[in-house]
Ligand binder design. Structure first.
Ligand SMILES: *[C@@H]1O[C@H](CO)[C@@H](O)[C@H](O)[C@H]1NC(C)=O
Ligand SMILES: *[C@@H]1O[C@H](CO)[C@@H](O)[C@H](O)[C@H]1NC(C)=O
Ligand SMILES: *[C@@H]1O[C@H](CO)[C@@H](O)[C@H](O)[C@H]1NC(C)=O
Ligand SMILES: *[C@@H]1O[C@H](CO)[C@@H](O)[C@H](O)[C@H]1NC(C)=O
Ligand SMILES: *[C@@H]1O[C@H](CO)[C@@H](O)[C@H](O)[C@H]1NC(C)=O
Length: 476
């Protein structure tokens, strides 16, 4: 039985016994960038390499547990009379990744950024950026496991020589939970950064996560910056039925040098699922002239085509046989079952209009992905840890979290115990700070203004990869 509703409780209630006011002292940080940092991170880390490229693991150490044995009643029974904040979710509904690791999955299709960097044609550049923005949320597909809430001060780094980037993130606020990240191309031709504040809304049958916060991609050689906000992610059937994921909303990618825009509409699935997973949009110049049409599905692929061909195709399609009307019995079925909000069965793949150009296609997942929380190949490697890496990691890195590690190894009992211990340690630290009037200080990010959107954002202060971790907090 899906229990997302309880994730929600847990989410809003963790630490509810404490004051929400946690001020962040930002005065101590300088905001120089790290592009001047000299050492190549790979040299410092000294990870084992094969032909100069590190080999990543292709499978998790243990298969995931079946969730079928857990009944909602057996959990509720234990909770009767308890305060909301005391209820802990059975860890079996998690996936063994921290939310910080989950946002690192934006980088899975980094080759699209590299493509954007090397394009001389500005429209092609925008196409590559649009494809990257869509690809960045594709990992959500069928991932109904809940990532672990990051602890305040938790960090995550990832260096992928094979993909040409390094990445660092930090949990900069606990209430509201905000994760900040910063990434750069190893050949210094782009930086990619942002902060994510997933605002959850509970709608009875579903939980909607609106990812507040701006994402910025700067193509340094082209002196261009693009910003956008991710679409809303909705998990259906949190109380009964089969969990499924939908993403919807408008994503507007803005080129801040010119005001050119790419407007992408992630469509809600609609009554009969015709629009399920569909993304449609266009690139327009500052005079609102459409330069190209983009269409596809975030779970599959993305295509571009010139607007005239697209319109002609739509017209022809309308003439040749009126749009399929829902059959009577379909309507009847729909109105009968309003208990569950099932994922519509209609799942025709994208119909490619002749003359379209492929912008992106999703990578296939590993063969036994379903026993690995539906992870992608990229996700499988995120929590990998070996001796060499362990020796150089910050003590706050998610890979060192004992609860996630235990879950990954299939030890759910220990994972649950450790999770509780870490959360209690976090609460105790907060109480102590409150008593001594001490303010929490973020380590690698500082609150500031995003120069492009002029909105409040979290900016990287630099220096992480110099690896002076002497004043990192003890959070595990
Ligand atoms: C997945 O498959 C690979 C290769 O077939 C195997 O080595 C691995 O143990 C499997 N992992 C899980 C978690 O089932
Ligand atoms: C779940 O049920 C299966 C068989 O129905 C059983 O083999 C397995 O041990 C159970 N797992 C747990 C964690 O109780
Ligand atoms: C974005 O702005 C830059 C700088 O003015 C311009 O050269 C470029 O053509 C624009 N890119 C797109 C994709 O419109
Ligand atoms: C993985 O995907 C399958 C197939 O859609 C789905 O039935 C299952 O619930 C998913 N598992 C998780 C952990 O999300
Ligand atoms: C590391 O940082 C601490 C303070 O943050 C400083 O006192 C120390 O000198 C630094 N060590 C090195 C080797 O730079």
């Amino acid at each position: 039985v899906p229990l997302f509703v309880m994730f929600f409780w847990e989410y809003v209630s963790t630490d509810s016994d404490n004051s929400f006011a946690e001020f962040v002292d930002t005065s101590q940080r300088s905001s120089e960038m790290t592009l001047t940092e000299q050492s190549s991170a790979a040299e410092v880390v000294g990870i084992p390499q094969e032909n100069g490229v590190k080999k990543h693991r292709s499978s998790l150490p243990a298969p995931m547990f079946s969730r079928n044995n857990f009944s909602i009643w057996s959990i509720l029974k234990k909770c009767i009379g308890l305060e909301l904040s005391k209820i802990t979710m059975p860890i079996v509904f998690n996936e063994p990744l921290s939310f910080l690791q989950r946002i690192t999955e934006y980088m899975e299709h980094t080759y699209l950024i590299n493509q954007a960097c090397s394009c001389t044609d500005p429209v092609k550049r925008m196409q590559a950026v649009a494809a990257f923005a869509v690809s960045a949320v594709a990992s959500q597909w069928e991932r109904t496991g809940k990532p672990f809430n990051p602890l305040l001060g938790e960090t995550y780094e990832l260096i992928r020589d094979d993909l040409g980037f390094r990445f660092v993130s930090e949990q900069v606020s606990h209430h509201p939970p905000v994760s900040a990240f910063y990434s750069e191309g190893l050949n210094k031709d782009y930086i990619f950064h942002g902060s994510i504040y997933p605002k959850l809304k509970f709608w009875g049958k579903s939980v909607e996560a609106e990812p507040k916060g701006t994402i910025t991609l700067e193509l340094l050689k082209h002196n261009e910056a693009y910003t956008w906000t991710n679409p809303t992610c909705c998990v259906h059937n949190v109380i009964i039925g089969k969990l499924w994921i939908e993403q919807y909303g408008t994503v507007e990618i803005v080129n801040h040098s010119t005001g050119d825009k790419c407007i992408l509409n992630f469509k809600p699935c609609g009554l009969f699922g015709k629009e399920l997973h569909r993304v449609e949009g266009y690139i327009q110049d500052k005079n609102k002239k459409k330069l190209c049409v983009i269409y596809g599905k975030w779970t599959e692929c993305l295509w571009s085509i010139d607007p005239a061909t697209y319109e002609a195709h739509k017209k022809a399609e309308k003439k040749g046989g009126e749009q399929r009307k829902p059959k009577q019995n379909e309507q009847a079925v729909k109105s009968e079952e309003d208990e569950e909000d099932d994922m519509p069965e209609v799942q025709e793949t994208v119909q490619v209009i002749p003359g379209s150009k492929l912008l992106w296609r999703i990578f296939s997942r590993p063969p036994n992905s379903s026993q690995m929380y539906n992870f992608t190949n990229f996700a499988v490697a995120l929590n990998e840890l070996d001796k060499e890496l362990e020796a150089v990691l910050a003590p706050t890195d998610c890979r060192l979290r004992p609860d996630i590690r235990s879950m990954e190894n299939g030890d759910l009992d220990n994972a649950g115990k450790e999770k509780e211990r870490l959360e209690e340690k976090q609460r105790a630290a907060r109480r102590e700070r409150a008593q001594t009037n001490e303010q929490w200080r973020t380590r690698w990010f500082t609150q500031g203004m995003n120069p492009y959107t002029r909105s409040l954002d979290w900016l990287y202060t630099g220096g992480y990869f110099e690896r002076n971790f002497s004043d990192c907090p003890d959070i595990y």
